[in-house]
Design a protein. Structure first.
Lengths: 339, 229
């Protein structure tokens, strides 16, 4: 636990220091890389609540990421063209205010998670994976064939959305916004893992009947976890749209769901900072190996194999050991063997 | 009104019938011993009460409410706290986490459980799987108590444990009865240890409730007939 706390602190400080160093050296591209790490880590923190804590292998999290992205893209596009989003009995205008966009992204992703979760959580195992995948693909094909918002070509956000009192066009400021949200999400995730809710969720992954025997219905626990998880990933999608100033159906693609899962596994499933370590490693590999060869995913695959076969605690497990993780007691993760 | 009442309950495992018209009732504040040899239906009866197994006919009620359609978590919410047979802790959590995960507001708090089982206090941050069998049993009882039940069910609470640990657990159960007046349904085979705490007894024989009455009215002939080995 101690080693993990030290490593987590170092990782947190490192992620904060890197763009500041890049800013001093006038390297805006490096700041953008760090921002990508923060945003992808945020998406991973969301997935980790479902996957790590709840044992829910969701291959549909790109759905929430995409919904967040499109919430930002659609609201901004209406604000840019001065056309109302809805003009009937009352009028809904578009907006470029990040606070409003985030709220819409979180609520929309949360609601979709509630509906898709309510249906898919009635299944488990491979069926759950397939149903979440199917929901994700439904959104993917829907956005492709939705001409109002660019269809396959996606939507551009010409000027990055604004945040009251801050200059979001400045890369370092935007990084700090993303980093702050990531930090808050990590705090939330930590509080959840140590709460009675999180512990019961963790216990339900191991044995549902025992959890029922103490008066808790696993289905409800998982649904709540799935909604929180989807909402956080949705928020990451909204930030990602602002980082790229562009949204497209690829945000909904199942490859992206897979990538989020890959770096959560690389970093350490159910470890608080697993998604952060994984996202950093993922971007690092993409930069380093991607510069050497276009086929760097092969090496990512090899690394993933090694982690899954030999280092099941991921990067954090490797560095901080397999000890009882903070408050989550991650001894037997990923399904955990029963008695 | 009885706290718990079973009338003519029959239950099946697939095609084979495990309970035949089992009837019993439990009054508030009493300790009832559910007895019988192995395989006579004690644990099956518990499973029906906790709604882990659906009964096929008969009625059962908790505080006058019909439980027939309750799912298992509802029974626990209503106040039936089960300490199941065997070592059924959440093995991937620590002692403290096991207790917190199950906790519901009420008279029973972490401090009270710690006071009842000081060993749990000492091993607070240890993983549940690293505990000895006796400690796991204490944890299972503590966890059941923290759900703040109105009826505590102890299924073979001391089976397979060392004599010293057994004594410790029975002493704790006696304290529960004495101090909190908790209603307890205790399943066990050992007369000697049940004697100081049990008010009444129900004996099951081949899935039927064949004898019930005051515990001290259990005579030698009945004991030999239904409980002797």
């Amino acid at each position: 636990m101690r080693r993990e706390a030290i490593f987590n602190t170092a990782l947190w400080l490192g992620l904060l220091a890197y763009p500041v160093w890049a800013w001093l050296g006038d390297e805006p591209y490096q700041i953008t890389l760090a921002t990508r790490v923060a945003i992808l880590a945020l998406a991973g923190v969301g997935l980790n609540i479902a996957l790590g804590l709840g044992g829910l292998v969701s291959l549909g999290h790109a759905m929430f990421f995409g919904i967040g992205g499109y919430a930002a893209g659609i609201l901004a596009s209406h604000a840019q063209s001065y056309t109302p989003l809805y003009d009937g009995a009352f009028t809904i205008e578009g907006t470029q205010n990040m606070l409003v966009i985030w709220l819409v992204a979180v609520v929309a992703a949360g609601l979709v998670a509630l509906v898709t979760g309510a249906l898919s959580l009635r299944t488990s195992g491979v069926y759950f994976i397939m149903i979440t995948l199917a929901f994700g693909q439904m959104f993917y094909y829907f956005t492709i064939s939705w001409p109002a918002y660019g269809g396959e070509d996606g939507l551009s956000i010409y000027v990055r959305n604004w945040f009251p009192g801050l200059n979001t066009l400045d890369p370092l400021t935007f990084f700090l916004i993303c980093f702050s949200i990531l930090s808050l999400a990590l705090l939330l995730s930590w509080r959840i893992a140590g709460s009675a809710f999180g512990l019961a969720l963790n216990a339900a992954r191991q044995n549902e009947d025992r959890v029922r025997a103490v008066g808790i219905e696993p289905y409800r626990l998982r649904l709540v976890a799935f909604v929180i998880s989807g909402a956080i990933t949705g928020l990451a999608g909204a930030l990602y749209a602002d980082l790229n100033r562009f949204v497209s159906p690829t945000m909904f693609s199942w490859q992206l769901s897979g990538e989020i899962m890959v770096f959560v596994i690389l970093g350490g499933v159910a470890r608080l900072f697993g998604p952060v370590a994984g996202a950093a490693l993922f971007i690092l590999l993409e930069e380093v190996l991607g510069g050497v060869s276009d086929y760097w995913h092969i090496w990512l695959g090899v690394l993933l194999l090694i982690v899954v076969l030999f280092a099941r605690g991921g990067l954090i497990g490797l560095i901080a050991g397999q000890g009882t993780g903070q408050a989550t007691g991650q001894r037997k993760r990923a399904g955990g063997a029963d008695d | 009104m009885s706290l718990l009442r079973l009338d003519q309950i029959s239950a099946f495992y697939g095609p084979s019938q495990a309970l035949f018209d089992v009837s019993l009732k439990l009054e508030k504040g009493e300790v009832l011993a559910l007895m019988g040899r192995n395989g006579m239906g004690k644990t099956t009866t518990i499973k029906v009460i906790c709604r882990m197994l659906k009964h096929r006919s008969g009625t059962l009620a908790f505080e006058g409410q019909d439980m027939a359609r309750w799912p298992s978590f509802r029974a626990a919410r209503a106040g039936i706290g089960l300490c199941p047979e065997g070592r059924r802790c959440f093995r991937n959590l620590t002692v403290h986490e096991n207790l917190v995960a199950a906790m519901r507001p009420g008279d029973w708090t972490l401090e009270r459980v710690g006071d009842l089982f000081p060993r749990l206090q000492e091993r607070r941050d240890q993983g549940a799987e690293s505990l000895s069998g006796g400690e796991q049993q204490m944890l299972a009882i503590g966890r059941a108590l923290l759900t703040n039940p109105r009826l505590l069910i102890l299924d073979e609470a001391t089976e397979g444990l060392a004599p010293v640990i057994r004594q410790e657990i029975w002493a704790a159960i006696a304290r529960l009865k004495g101090e909190s007046g908790l209603t307890i349904l205790v399943v066990d085979k050992t007369l000697k240890e049940l004697a100081p705490i049990a008010d009444r007894a129900v004996i099951l024989e081949r899935g039927r409730s064949v004898w019930q009455g005051r515990f001290d009215a259990l005579d030698a002939a009945t004991r030999d007939r239904y409980l002797g080995v």
